[in-house]
Design a protein around this ligand. Structure first.
Ligand code: UD2
Ligand code: MN
Length: 624
């Protein structure tokens, strides 16, 4: 584990006793690290079993947003809140849970990213139960709900979901819902074809979770028809749909059911908190509502000011023009009466806007219940497509436009001229439904529910939207945008020097070049060697691009503000490992000589280099 590179404290006195002190300090540091590793191995063995022990305490963090918080997109309040939560995250989560310690773990991690687009190694280590911060507004704890509430049928559809993540979703529902409110949990396997997931989940539920009904569609249907399939099997009063990679928060269910009891035409959603796809850290989302643009993409937006005048408004239902789609509750009878879903829609996309328009236009309303919070794993890529490669988002959006948008569909075609001649199947039954339900016009919807949506008034504006749409990857690879940018706070600045050498980490190309790899070069006080560490543990070269632990070779990327592969930990400043929690590996160098590339290595490998963080004393010179 120890390498034979010797320790040299930069700038320190070179007396013999300082040298010895350094050696003692370094040895102690590494011993502590080794003890922590071995403890973690034990713990993870425990957790990766079928039933891991339930954590004894639930962390409670109360939030109160200032009256005008939404004016700035809740940035200030949220930032403070995020910081507070970050401090409260269990140390294990912040540090070593993602650490890849063997080739087998590396395989689990890589396979997980390929099949599920999230870090399955971390997810597996978390086990089936874990504590998450209570992210609700402080006032929610005082909310009282009626003793008698309608019963819930929870419907969770999945296609090739990771077993651990799915089971943690289910367990979170059971752990954090009053028993008497759960009529049943229906898991709909949308004909998964990965591993043996169906049999494993069935066997597990049979033994451990009798309340769960596991059903399978005879063929791959896509999430829309799979949800309808599940809803048909349900017999509770209310249908609650959830994605298969979620964790519900404390008292999430009561606000939804109470609102539906009060008003059976309410379709209600929780606030969707963020579970980071790389680290599984759970962080709160600001109170935002759903909107859309003329490309028929869902978007988050601020709640209009007049909705949030007083503190109490942060716990009341908030009207929302649309919903994200994955997490919502509505009365089962109402779901059927309103025409369930459009069964002509395939696989993924668009059904959320369809249901949102239909609810509003046909006499119901869509609301966010701020005291209900559910975390969802937001991934940066969808790991599956349609079996025939169809762009189902476009097809489904066409159905939305033709059935619900009247003449306003022209705006969609202005943004998506390519979609005009694509086929979208038969919509006659849906048009009939609209007629039978005597739904209002889209014009009414825009004027009464979403007056904030501006029409693309000029050719220039529709071109702008068109270009914006074209910049997105139509294959659904659009990056998840963080909801608010932030002011970056730098907590430290240093060169990263290989311990015992005069070699520092430098960008191969210009500091402004995205994608540039790093290599080892003689330490010089130049911009291309100057790393700035932020309060979120990003390492930003020359305050421009972030060090990104992607793949085997780290590189410089645009800072995306989402932590994960851009978040680095170092236990010390001298002879320290530099660990990337999402990658699970450490900054290293296989052959530490001049000009060689910096790589990502298993932290336990002797070749995972140790580094000194050398604080700059002199003014910077420009890069040679
Ligand atoms: C969002 C919604 C999602 C859905 C989608 C638009 C949230 C949190 N998520 O996308 O629920 O409304 O927008 O269509 O609002 N699945 C199947 N069969 C398939 C494909 C997916 O059962 O053929 C399952 C999948 O395992 C997951 C759910 O459907 O449980 C949603 O899929 P997703 O997580 O890939 O969608 P997401 O969250 O990107
Ligand atoms: Mn999802």
């Amino acid at each position: 584990m120890r390498s034979n590179i010797t320790v040299k404290i930069v700038g320190g006195p070179r007396k013999c006793n300082s040298f010895l002190l350094g050696v003692v300090f370094a040895s102690v540091t590494w011993t502590v690290i080794i003890i922590l590793y071995s403890r973690l191995v034990k713990e993870s063995n425990l957790n990766s079993g079928r039933l891991s022990p339930q954590p004894s305490s639930l962390m409670v963090v109360h939030e109160f947003l200032p009256k005008d918080a939404h004016n700035k997109g809740n940035v200030e309040g949220e930032d403070k809140h995020q910081k507070m939560l970050a401090q409260l995250q269990p140390k294990k989560l912040e540090n070593e849970i993602g650490m890849v310690r063997s080739l087998e773990e590396q395989r689990i991690r890589d396979q997980g990213y390929k099949n599920h687009a999230f870090n399955t190694l971390v997810s597996h280590k978390l086990g089936y139960h874990r504590e998450i911060p209570d992210t609700r507004n402080a006032l929610c704890a005082d909310q009282k709900y009626p003793d008698e509430l309608p019963s819930a049928s929870i419907v969770i559809c999945f296609f090739n979901e990771d077993l651990h993540t799915l089971l943690r979703s289910v367990h979170s529902v059971i752990d954090r819902s009053p028993k008497k409110l759960i009529h049943e949990i229906i898991l709909v396997d949308d004909n998964s074809n990965l591993d043996n997931i169906h049999h494993e989940i069935e066997a597990y539920c049979k033994v451990h979770l009798p309340i769960v009904m596991v059903v399978k569609t005879p063929r791959r249907e896509g999430l829309i028809r799979a949800r309808m399939f599940g809803a048909k099997k349900a017999s509770g009063d209310v249908l609650v749909f959830l994605d298969s990679h979620i964790e519900v928060n404390r008292d999430w269910l009561q606000p939804l059911l109470a609102r539906i009891q009060e008003d059976p035409k309410s379709v209600v959603t929780p606030i969707i908190d963020i579970i980071n796809a790389d680290t599984f850290q759970y962080t709160p989302s600001p109170l935002v509502r759903g909107g859309f643009n003329w490309g028929l993409h869902f978007k988050w937006e601020n709640v209009p000011q007049w909705n949030l005048e007083n503190a109490a408004d942060f716990v009341k239902p908030i009207k929302s023009p649309t919903m994200a789609g994955g997490l919502f509750a509505m009365k089962r009878e109402y779901f059927e009466e309103l025409g369930a879903y459009d069964s002509g829609m395939n696989i993924w996309g668009g059904e959320n806007l369809e249901l949102s328009f239909r609810v509003w236009m046909c006499g119901g309303h869509l609301e966010i219940m701020p005291c209900s919070r559910v975390g969802h794993v937001f991934r940066r890529r969808r790991p599956y497509g349609a079996p025939d490669g169809e762009d189902t988002m476009t097809r489904n959006s066409l159905r939305v436009a033709h059935v619900w948008m009247d003449d306003y569909k022209d705006y969609f075609f202005k943004v998506r001229p390519d979609a005009r001649h694509l086929s979208y199947g038969d919509i006659s039954l849906r048009l009939k439904l609209r007629e039978n339900l005597q739904c209002k016009s889209f014009d009414w919807y825009l004027k009464n529910v979403y007056p904030e949506l501006s029409l693309p008034s000029s050719e220039k504006e529709s071109n702008r939207l068109k270009n914006k749409w074209q910049a997105l990857d139509p294959g659904g690879k659009k990056k998840f945008q963080p909801w608010h940018a932030r002011q970056r706070n730098y907590i430290s600045q240093y060169q990263i020097r290989l311990t015992g050498s005069n070699l520092c980490v430098q960008s191969e190309k210009d500091v402004k070049t995205k994608g540039s790899y790093l290599n080892l070069q003689p330490c010089l006080r130049v911009k291309s060697q100057m790393w700035y560490e932020t309060d979120r543990h990003e390492l930003v070269l020359a305050q421009l691009l972030c060090l990104d632990g992607t793949g085997d070779t780290p590189r410089l990327s645009k800072c995306h503000e989402m932590g994960g592969l851009q978040e680095w930990q170092h236990p010390g400043k001298v002879e320290t490992a530099i660990y990337n929690m999402a990658a699970g590996t450490c900054l290293g160098s296989d052959d530490p000589s001049k000009g060689n590339r910096v790589t990502m290595e298993l932290c336990t490998k002797p070749t995972a280099a140790k580094w000194d963080l050398v604080v700059a004393r002199k003014a910077l010179e420009p890069t040679p």
